[in-house]
Design a protein around this ligand. Structure first.
Ligand code: NZQ
Ligand code: ZN
Length: 388
């Protein structure tokens, strides 16, 4: 096992009715920017619960953060914080609103010329406003991690950044919010958390027995609750297991001491940037082709995964590993998610080369746990996603 230092400072309030305890966590004199998305919180009662819980606080609202939070809109929120002299951010939403909040919290303190440089040039984050979240969509883990992904429509870019200063101080996880989620978002959440786990697990056997079991436990739990959550999002037991699995999949714990490979996400983000395809849908498109391409490096772990998560007990290492990939793709399809690019766009010709060129321009010359997946490999992988 590799050495590691691990600290996750986010306090979690988990369960029914926990929103009402927000005022015990946010300083009474905080001047809050409350961020939300396109309005789902006004239709499902979460808005009332939050504003009721925070009666007496100075709150300025900022709605309209779109899915894949948009840079230009986040800049407007930064202006409001400066103008109104606010000092605390509350994100009420899914990954997009929470990621947007993280960017705003760093951006408002950024002293350089263009806050986009926090992403494009990876300028270091020196300071950030404190923030809390009320999670409304289990998926990204952003509620308990220090990363964020921001999009810029004008240049069709989507870039990630992070800093230990960006952990939310507190996050409320009330599984009751799952009840109002449409099937598409439920399926997306299951796939996103599944793939977060895979990206920190699907490398090679590295002697992290407990990390492997944690990861397999999350994968098995997601598999066990997926159909229940989709059929009946009001099933509280299924919703709470779904929600906690999503948070645990990307709060840093399962990656400690073991190699990781975020290649599927890196390629998937480009498909969102170029075509606007939902984040989890891009992962479903890329993952099967990626694992086929990296088969030789990953076959031992793929076989372990097939055995422990899908119960594939017969066959050689190679046969089990291939079944593991097939089971993964079938699982995504069983949730109603198409796994080929042609299901989402007709304009896929040339995309492989375009994405590879972007990676080369950014100096991303070696993805994968061995840093050996080159832009040319990315071309092959993406071409295999086009159609059956
Ligand atoms: O905007 P509203 O009206 O709120 O509707 C949202 C949105 O349309 C809706 N929704 C959310 N909660 C709801 C609800 N509808 C009904 N009832 C509720 N309780 O769902 C839609 C999607 O929301 P969004 O926040 O975009 O989804 P998600 O949580 O999947 O976040 C996706 C973003 O997170 C990034 C992705 O790239 C993408 O930009 N990621 C962030 C990560 C991180 N910070 O660690 C890691 C991930 O890999 C991912 O890249
Ligand atoms: Zn993801």
């Amino acid at each position: 096992m590799n050495n590691f230092k691990y600290k996750n400072p986010t306090k979690i309030l988990f369960g029914k009715g926990e929103i009402q305890n927000l005022s015990k966590e946010i300083p009474a004199n905080a001047k809050i920017l409350m961020l939300y998305g396109g309005g789902s919180i006004k239709r499902n009662g979460i808005y009332e619960q939050v504003t009721e819980a925070l009666k007496g606080y100075k709150i300025v609202e900022f709605g309209g953060i779109p899915a894949n939070p948009e840079y230009e809109i986040l800049l407007q929120a930064i202006d409001i914080i400066k103008k109104e002299q606010l000092d605390y951010i509350l994100a009420v939403g899914g990954g997009s609103v929470i990621d947007g909040a993280k960017f705003i919290s760093a951006g408002v303190k950024y002293e350089g010329k263009e806050p986009w440089d926090l992403l494009a040039k990876r300028e270091p984050i020196q300071d950030a406003l404190p923030m809390a979240t009320v999670l409304t969509l289990p998926a990204t883990g952003s509620e308990m991690n220090s990363g964020a992904v921001v999009s810029r429509r004008a240049t069709k870019e989507k870039l990630a950044f992070g800093s230990p200063l960006l952990y939310p101080q507190v996050s409320v996880l009330d599984p009751g919010v799952v009840a109002s989620l449409p099937k598409r978002q439920l399926a997306n959440g299951i796939v996103d958390a599944f793939m977060h786990t895979m990206e920190q697990y699907m490398t090679y056997p590295a002697g992290g027995y407990l990390q492997d079991r944690f990861a397999e436990g999350i994968l098995q739990t997601l598999k066990a609750v997926a159909a229940k959550v989709l059929e009946n999002p009001q099933d509280y037991e299924a919703a709470s297991n779904f929600m906690w699995s999503c948070t645990m999949a990307l709060n840093g714990l399962i990656a400690q001491g073991v190699p990781t490979d975020w290649g599927v996400h890196a390629i998937g983000h480009e498909l969102t940037a170029l075509f606007g395809i939902d984040h989890a849908q891009t992962l479903s498109i890329v993952a099967p082709a990626y694992y086929q391409h990296c088969f030789e490096h990953k076959k031992e772990k793929l076989a372990q995964y097939a055995e422990r998560v899908w119960g594939v007990n017969k066959g050689t290492t190679e046969e089990k590993a291939r079944k593991g990939i097939a089971q993964t793709e079938a699982f995504f399809q069983s949730l109603g998610i198409a796994t080929k690019l042609s299901a989402y766009t007709d304009n896929y010709e040339g995309v492989a080369e375009k994405v590879a060129q972007r990676f080369a321009n950014r100096g991303w010359l070696g993805l994968g746990e061995h840093r050996n997946i080159t832009p040319d490999d990315v071309i092959t992988i993406l071409k295999n996603t086009y159609k059956k």
